[in-house]
Design a protein around this ligand. Structure first.
Ligand code: CP
Ligand code: NVA
Length: 302
């Protein structure tokens, strides 16, 4: 088993399925108000270089429910913000804490932190990936569809960190993924190349209706991610035809479910009608961040 949770393709299907099984168990125990203090006395450092609502709250609450403690560290108020090298931060944190969760810009920085830290490092989102979100998304699919095998997934919108993570998930879990992005906003070239090499069943198009065709699960995300605020206007124009709206939903299977990692911009990447529809499971998905991350932490830090 890998020491860290940085990228889905670092793990194999059996290992990730075990995390899903533990997620189901921990969720059931929490719903029954049954103690599950698997990380009694342990501490998680949470480093944030970007904003967050779900990630911060779900990791902090998750550590508390597991009997441990979480520290919120905004990089700007630590020495990291004044240029202390990540390799020193990693070595120092590992002397105090039992795990580190980090949300930052570059995936390389997270990998460097993990290299120098003796304790597990969890990727809480980079410009390239958002693996914890993908685990929550797939766990939500398992709950609503009974599994992910044989399902068709569609991604509509930006070829961003979520799209890259879906491609990794398709490679690891073996499901079919249909990706629609505008030209010029395709997923990361290296991610697509590696998924193809791993035999992933992923197709790429610029037609959202073609990608949605027959899909069991539809997913999208904001058009301008954190750090791309200056491009928001340009992106609004480029993505105008890439909204998850009623025609896209109607192209999918009748019982398709809709995912969105949130926060959502209603009227941009998704309509209010679709996100509030019966087919939308976005709040189950947000809740599952808590349960799946508890399983990830218990697996790595237990
Ligand atoms: N989906 C997600 O990661 O949300 P936050 O940015 O609020 O953490
Ligand atoms: N793609 C978005 C996801 C936010 C949870 C971003 O990186 O801002």
């Amino acid at each position: 088993m890998p020491k860290d949770f940085l990228c889905l393709t670092d793990w194999n299907k059996e290992e990730l399925d075990r995390i899903f099984a533990l997620t189901a168990d921990l969720k059931a125990r929490q719903k029954r108000a049954e103690p599950h203090r698997l990380l009694e006395g342990k501490t998680l450092a949470m480093i944030f270089e970007k904003s967050s609502t779900r990630t911060r709250v779900s990791f902090e609450v998750g550590m508390f429910q597991l009997g441990g403690h979480a520290l919120f560290l905004h990089s700007g108020t630590t020495q990291m913000g004044r240029g202390e090298p990540i390799k020193d931060t990693g070595r120092v944190m590992a002397r105090y804490c039992d795990g580190i969760m980090i949300r930052t810009f570059s995936q390389e920085a997270v990998e460097e932190l993990a290299h120098w830290s003796k304790v597990p490092v969890i990727n809480g989102l980079t410009d390239l990936y958002h693996p914890c979100q993908l685990m929550a998304d797939l766990f939500t699919v398992i709950e609503h569809k009974g599994g992910y095998e044989g399902l068709t997934f569609a991604w509509i919108g930006d070829g961003n960190n979520m799209a890259n993570s879906w491609i990794n998930a398709a490679a690891v879990f073996g499901f079919r993924l249909q990706v629609a992005t505008p030209e010029g906003y395709r997923p990361d070239e290296e991610v697509m190349r590696r998924a193809a090499e791993l035999g992933a069943d992923v197709s790429y198009t610029s037609d959202p209706l073609a990608a949605a065709e027959g899909a069991d699960v539809l997913s999208t995300d904001v058009w301008a991610s954190m750090g791309q605020e200056d491009e928001a206007e340009k992106r609004r124009r480029a993505f105008a035809g890439y909204q998850l709206n009623r025609p896209v939903l109607e192209a999918a299977a009748d019982d398709a479910i809709v995912l969105h990692c949130l926060p959502a911009h209603r009227g941009e990447e998704i309509t209010d009608e679709v996100i509030e529809s019966k087919q939308s499971v976005v709040f189950d998905e947000a809740e599952n961040r808590l349960h799946v991350q508890k399983a990830i932490m218990a697996t790595l830090m237990g």
